[in-house]
Design a protein. Structure first.
Length: 438
């Protein structure tokens, strides 16, 4: 979070660190909690989400949901717990119109479309914002909902949707889109009949959403596989629940990458290695030992890193959110690694920032060729998005000299006190208010 000052005026300053040691606890997943918050639109009552990360995107999503009629209160977690609690009260008095000034701030606003349409029969929402990774169209969301009976109009002002009661349908995705899977699942909960989603996304965050929906009274089978079946229920069958958000596997990976680059021996509490199989495999090939321990994972790195080739793929493949971290690691590894981006074509925009630190990286289409160098050097860099910003912080810990990371508001959207957590491991990193005009 911005620690009481405008994030645009804050910088994170990192300097040579290591070896790291101790324990760090990872909170709930940004990529899950925002969808769980949207799911509370489906059922009246008092919902309680626990293990909620203290990040800006949760605040933005809270503002958006308040704008359509929910009451949301942030509650400090009891001693011994991580993150915060969210109390979300749905009285049923919902206006399914999401104002542009809020919806444009966060891409997860698109996840209001499914629950609002299926419950209220119409939606008026600004086209979603969020990180800019190039084109990330919502056409699969809309095509799936149209098969269920919805009609849409897309204008420069936003997205307008109308429907009677949605009807169950057979929906096959061209690509296992996480967002489209989530939207169709939520819409299908109250649809009439059975909806079968083929080539569905399989991410742990999808499973988390389906687990919560089932506990609310939804009838869902196949979560975590590529075929999800939802049998619609009546509105009266749904009720409010208490739900613990799944651990953020990307935050966990960030602290693992910090150990890899700075060396050390760290226990990452609440890390779920069952959700991180491909990452653990690649880290092992690079020379980083990641082993399960009770309540988390132990990460040890004592020597230099070895280059590997990595390709991003839908889960259970290598997640695109891990990629900036691995590119930063490869920049200091022995040899040359090729990183292929198969999901978002624009997601190499942080490479120029790593080059400022001395990284040798060439971009060829959707491939990055990373030639390891002996060391990185400190510089002033700008965080272009959430995960790339975190990778720049980690790289700054391994660079010689001082690295200043600007535009940290991007990092605040997805990381719960990254500076405090890294500092607790012995990293030399701080957050300061930049002087006006600098």
């Amino acid at each position: 979070m911005s620690n009481g000052s405008p994030a645009g005026d804050d910088v994170i300053v990192a300097s040579t660190s290591g070896p790291l040691g101790g324990e760090v606890t990872v909170p709930g997943a940004k990529n899950s909690v925002l969808k769980l918050m949207a799911a509370t639109l489906l059922a009246d009552g008092r919902h309680l989400l626990t293990n909620v990360p203290v990040i800006d995107d949760v605040e933005i999503m809270s503002d958006l949901l308040r704008a359509v009629g929910l009451r949301i209160e942030q509650i400090a977690a009891p001693a011994g717990e991580v993150g915060q609690h969210l109390e979300i009260v749905n009285t049923g008095a919902i206006t399914p119109v999401a104002p542009f000034e809020v919806a444009d701030r966060i891409r997860a606003s698109v996840n209001l479309v499914g629950p609002l349409l299926t419950r209220f029969g119409h939606i008026d929402i600004a086209l979603p914002g969020g990180d800019d990774f190039g084109g990330r169209p919502i056409d699969m969301h809309l095509r799936g909902l149209e098969k269920m009976g919805a009609e849409f109009q897309v204008t420069p002002e936003g997205l307008f949707g109308r429907c009677g009661r949605l009807q169950g349908a057979a929906i096959e995705f061209d690509f296992p889109s996480v967002g489209a899977t989530e939207n169709i699942v939520m819409a299908a909960v109250l649809a009439e009949g059975v909806t079968v989603i083929t080539n569905a996304a399989r991410e742990p965050e999808i499973v988390d959403l389906c687990d919560m929906l089932r506990r609310m009274g939804a009838r869902i089978e196949g979560a975590g596989t590529d075929i999800i079946t939802v049998t619609g229920v009546e509105q009266s069958a749904l009720h409010a629940v208490t739900h613990e958000v799944v651990t953020d596997r990307v935050q966990a990976a960030t602290y693992m990458a910090a150990v890899a680059m700075c060396k050390g021996d760290v226990t990452v509490r609440r890390a779920n290695l069952e959700h991180m199989g491909m990452l653990v495999e690649r880290f092992g090939e690079m020379g980083v030992s990641v082993t399960p321990v009770e309540g988390g994972a132990r990460v040890v790195c004592e020597g230099g890193l070895t280059s590997v080739n990595v390709s991003t793929l839908p889960y259970p493949g290598f997640a695109t959110d891990y990629k900036p971290l691995v590119v930063a690691m490869l920049a200091m590894a022995d040899g040359t690694g090729i990183v292929t981006e198969n999901l978002y074509p624009g997601r190499f925009r942080y490479v120029e920032e790593l080059r400022k630190l001395g990284a040798e990286i060439d971009i060829d289409g959707h491939h990055a060729v990373v030639r390891g160098v002996g060391h990185l050097r400190g510089a002033i860099v700008n965080a272009p998005d959430i995960r790339a910003g975190a990778a720049l912080v980690v790289a700054g810990l391994a660079a010689q000299g001082i690295t200043e990371i600007r535009d940290v508001h991007h990092i605040d959207r997805g990381y719960d006190d990254i500076v405090g957590r890294l500092s607790s491991l012995g990293a030399s990193v701080s957050r300061i208010r930049r002087s006006a005009g600098v």
